[in-house]
Design a protein. Structure first.
Length: 86
């Protein structure tokens, strides 16, 4: 039986992956989602437009997640706890 991935290792993998993506890419992805949604809506594909349009906040949330929680030598759990205790 395989050992499950340690949470710290998975966390480091996620942050390493996010560090390879430029910060502006999240903004461009959000703008592209909104633009594609608008075009699809005007073409009459309403349900697809709504589906694509819902991606915009997700891209922004991922960008903010990395910006606020990027590794700084401290555990991410501690940083989240500090955020809510202020």
């Amino acid at each position: 039986m395989q050992n499950p991935i340690a949470p710290e290792a998975a966390q480091q993998d996620v942050f390493h992956f996010l560090s390879t993506i430029p910060s502006a890419a999240f903004i461009y992805a959000m703008l592209g989602s909104v633009l594609a949604s608008a075009v699809l809506y005007l073409m009459g594909r309403r349900h697809t437009a709504l589906f694509i349009g819902e991606w915009a906040p997700t891209f922004v949330a991922i960008g903010l997640f990395y910006k606020f929680l990027r590794p700084s030598g401290r555990n991410v759990g501690e940083r989240i706890g500090e955020t809510f205790t202020r």
